[in-house]
Design a protein around this ligand. Structure first.
Ligand SMILES: [Zn+2]
Ligand SMILES: [Zn+2]
Length: 342
């Protein structure tokens, strides 16, 4: 089978034997795999401590074609599924530790990342799979990480007592994750102030349901003057400047939800202690989501409330070019590899 792998920092398309599913694993014939910004960061070596070797790709749709022992309790051959959770998690979690019982499976000491969907076939732990109806197309593969991560972040608003109807900021609103967050938050009933760069991207953000779409230079003033400050800021930006802007847009006692992961070379998020005292924000990080979140998100997509905006599709052999284009910011929304065999 064809598969994309990082070998000592170099991205190669290789021919490898078709993998056999282990206990409780299903082998999936991948029909589409989304290109996540995390894949780009790994390929470029942006994150200290994350190795530039091995399989990549962690958001996909496919068909179950073989089952390991015990996997039949979760899925059947022929099921069309989405491979969820991406990032850390999704490969395995124990289901019984304090983190798993609280729904924070990515902190489980036994958690395994799901990596390797840029391949014709991929074996995955069957309980991590979520079935999807046929009318949800293959181009929705980025829901598996991008969509789920946005969904998990918006759900944190409810958990932290930010009720629907309140104004929230989405920073990086036209991006691969942000464009989902605008749709999901709007579906939940929040008033979205979307922040991005360039009039075409802002027009896109408005089309997704945002009440306001503004550039970073005017965002803090609009948040304060027109909304009295936002109750929450969801920061999807991969630039540290987006994090600082999120803090500026908050009202006193607001909720700051970090989701983006800037390159380590960008340095640290800083906050002046007096500003911290004055504004008293709650600071949290949100990454991926749970299998239950994935089921809820699939239901929202099936109902037509959320969709992936895909502006680039291509074959596996085009992956290096797709990464270059992603790095240059050429996409609105997402890119998806839709032909694994070429
Ligand atoms: Zn656990
Ligand atoms: Zn991802």
């Amino acid at each position: 089978m064809k598969t994309a792998r990082l070998v000592d920092g170099e991205l190669l398309i290789q021919d490898l034997p078709v993998p056999e599913p282990g206990a409780e694993e299903a082998r999936i014939r991948i029909t589409a795999s989304g290109v996540c910004h995390s894949d780009l960061h790994i390929v470029r070596g942006d994150w200290l401590g994350v190795p530039r070797s091995g399989a990549i790709g962690h958001e996909a749709i496919g068909i179950v074609e073989a089952l390991g022992a015990g996997a039949e309790r979760f899925v059947a051959v022929g099921d069309r599924v989405i491979l969820g959770l991406g990032g850390a998690g999704g490969g395995y979690w124990c289901g019984a530790c304090e983190y798993c019982l609280k729904g924070q499976t990515r902190h489980c000491p036994q958690t395994k990342a799901l990596m390797g969907t840029f391949a014709e076939q991929f074996c995955v732990w069957a309980p991590a799979l979520v079935q999807i109806p046929d009318h949800i197309g293959d181009h929705e593969a980025p829901l598996a990480c991008g969509g789920l991560t946005a969904y998990g972040a918006v759900k944190k608003l409810l958990k932290h007592q930010v009720p629907p109807g309140r104004p929230i900021a989405v920073i990086g609103a036209a991006g691969g994750l942000g464009h989902y967050a605008v749709q999901i938050a709007t579906a939940f009933g929040y008033r979205v102030v979307g922040v991005d760069i360039g009039e075409d991207r802002l027009e896109f953000v408005r089309s997704l349901g945002a009440e306001r779409a503004v550039g970073p230079d005017e965002a803090a003033k609009v948040a304060m003057d027109d909304f009295g400050g936002c109750d929450a800021a969801l920061v999807f930006s991969a630039k540290l400047a987006g994090f600082s802007l999120g803090l500026q847009m908050l009202r006193r006692g607001g909720l700051f939800v970090a989701v983006g992961l800037p390159a380590s070379s960008e340095g640290n998020l800083s906050i002046n202690p007096f500003e911290f005292f004055f504004k008293d924000p709650t600071l949290i990080y949100s990454a991926v989501g749970t299998v239950q979140d994935m089921r809820e998100l699939v239901a929202l997509v099936a109902a037509g409330r959320v969709k992936s905006h895909v502006s680039r599709t291509g074959a596996l052999s085009e992956l290096p070019a797709i990464f270059d284009e992603l790095e240059a910011g050429k996409y609105l929304g997402r890119a998806v590899v839709t032909d694994m065999g070429h």
